[in-house]
Design a protein around this ligand. Structure first.
Ligand SMILES: Cc1cc2nc3c(=O)[nH]c(=O)nc-3n(C[C@H](O)[C@H](O)[C@H](O)COP(=O)(O)OP(=O)(O)OC[C@H]3O[C@@H](n4cnc5c(N)ncnc54)[C@H](O)[C@@H]3O)c2cc1C
Length: 450
């Protein structure tokens, strides 16, 4: 192995920033390649998630996906630029259930990934977290929840923010303090990884530049990592299979008295159960929808324990949501719970109307029988921006990478982002992705020492 060739990390998102930093900490040279900009404008740092998300150039344009078979194709949000999706996400910090990780080991052959193995990694993540006070909507949902007598309540959100409320993206936390040791190149899109005779030799950019390396780490996220590997002709038919996300049922709220769009949008979540598994539903109140949609809020029910799977083939992204009946039943239960909350007296006093689509159809039009709810879900189910599973780790012959993140097929090729999750945890995926990258950094760095 030529010692002067840097380790190449593709994508400066949640995972790529962790990997680049850990390689640099080991004393090896590393170059982090990012398609988007490295110069974050003020809106990216602001506490307002919608201001960050609306920043031109900081999400991927033209990325369309189908959620449920038969639904129209709609844009899918992915961050682009220093920090990747962690630069535009809603900053909710959630770990998931211990059994989510036990299942990776038990059901998917991911030895070493049980909760016992990963809990200390979550605990040691160097990410600042800020507890926020519930907003008007989260507070009202909390009150409705208590009145309903259901188990659990709205939990105050913990956000990946500095104490002053500024966003703490993975780039801010891992790369910025080590810029003298981590080479970063922005505005540079990787076209493909060069694979020959069973090992990697580097990458080629969309401008035709070749960057040689013996070690390439894929961290372009669960959508772009498989797309790049398919372009690279990686001979593993499972690349791009196993795509999933948490399906969500969206209700739009019109306030009587609009919320301030400069305020935090997300300040609490409800964790509850459909009855099929503990904490398999998350109910997310979003207080406002940014400056473009003043006066509106949303209440989403998301199914966190997901069975349906889709795929990415030739750039076509099909989530295949609700293709498994268990997911239909779980999300239907979520819809019923949200409707019950929205009917509460206190929420009604704040809300001028609740709608079930973009053209203002009132919630009353959604019939009460399961068939009506299921028909509505087929049309309106959305995503939760938590794509995972497209280069899953697991057993040989059943997966793309081994439980250390190494390609089964090509020496020197690693995958370290949300693609490797064999099953998305019952959590928002930023902290779990950081944990995954921290864990894969261990064997990666050890492999470089030889
Ligand atoms: C709008 C939004 C809101 C979210 N809210 C939350 C939340 O509140 N809490 C939470 O926990 N999770 C949230 N998530 C999910 C979470 O942020 C992601 O799961 C996580 O950041 C994924 O990390 P990753 O490293 O796999 O990919 P990413 O962070 O997406 O990083 C991939 C990087 O690779 C780059 N890239 C892609 N292709 C190429 C290429 N060809 N060449 C070079 N670079 C490339 C991209 O530009 C990007 O910077 C949200 C996501 C979004 C999009």
């Amino acid at each position: 192995m030529a010692a002067d060739r840097p380790v190449v990390v593709i994508g400066a998102g949640s995972a790529g920033c962790v990997i680049a930093r850990r390689v640099a900490d080991s004393g090896r040279s590393v170059v982090l390649l990012e398609a988007g900009s490295l110069d974050a404008p003020e809106s990216i740092h602001s506490p307002s998630f919608f201001d960050a998300l609306a920043t031109p150039g900081w999400t991927w344009d033209g990325l369309d996906a189908q959620r449920v078979a038969g639904q129209e194709v709609r844009p899918y949000a992915r961050g682009r630029g220093a920090g990747g999706s962690s630069a535009v996400n809603a900053m909710l910090a959630v770990v998931g259930e211990p059994d989510d990780y036990d299942r990776w080991e038990r059901d998917h052959g991911c030895d070493g990934w049980s909760w016992r193995d990963v809990a200390h990694i979550f605990a040691a993540l160097p990410i600042p977290l800020r507890d926020v006070a519930p907003s008007r909507l989260a507070g009202a949902v909390g009150r409705a929840w208590t009145d309903s007598g259901r188990p659990g309540a709205v939990e105050a959100a913990r956000l990946t923010q500095h104490p002053n409320g500024r966003r703490a993206s993975a780039f801010d936390v891992y790369v910025t303090p080590a810029r003298d040791r981590v080479a970063v190149r922005g505005d540079l899109t990787v076209d493909h990884v060069v694979i020959d005779a069973g090992r990697v030799h580097g990458v080629v950019t969309s401008d035709g530049e070749s960057i040689e390396s013996d070690t390439v780490v894929m961290a372009a996220g669960a959508i772009h990592t498989p797309i790049i590997l398919q372009r690279s002709k990686l001979a593993n038919p499972l690349v791009g299979q196993g795509l999933h996300d948490h399906p969500s049922a969206p209700f739009t709220i019109a306030w009587r008295d609009p919320a301030d769009p400069a305020r935090e949008a997300v300040t609490g979540i409800v964790r509850t159960s459909s009855g099929a598994a503990p904490n398999d539903l998350q109910i997310l109140p979003i207080e406002h929808l940014g400056r473009e949609a003043a006066g509106f809020a949303t209440l989403n029910a998301a199914l966190m324990n997901v069975w349906s799977r889709g795929s990415i083939v030739d750039g076509h992204i099909h989530f295949g949501m609700l293709s498994d009946e268990r997911d239909v039943a779980g999300l239907t239960a979520g819809v019923r719970i949200v409707r019950e909350l929205l009917a509460s007296e206190h929420l009604q006093s704040l809300v001028a109307g609740v709608f079930i689509d973009d053209v203002g159809t009132p919630m009353d039009h959604l019939g009460d029988d399961d068939d009506a709810i299921v028909a509505w879900l087929a049309q309106r189910t959305g995503d939760y921006v938590h794509a995972a599973g497209t280069c899953a780790m697991g057993r040989r012959g059943e997966s793309v990478v081994d439980p250390q993140g190494r390609s089964w097929d090509v020496a020197g090729l690693w995958v370290a982002d949300a693609s490797v999750m064999p099953r998305v945890p019952r959590a928002n995926t930023h902290l779990p992705t950081l944990m995954v990258a921290e864990k894969i950094a261990g064997p990666l760095v050890a492999s470089l020492a030889g």
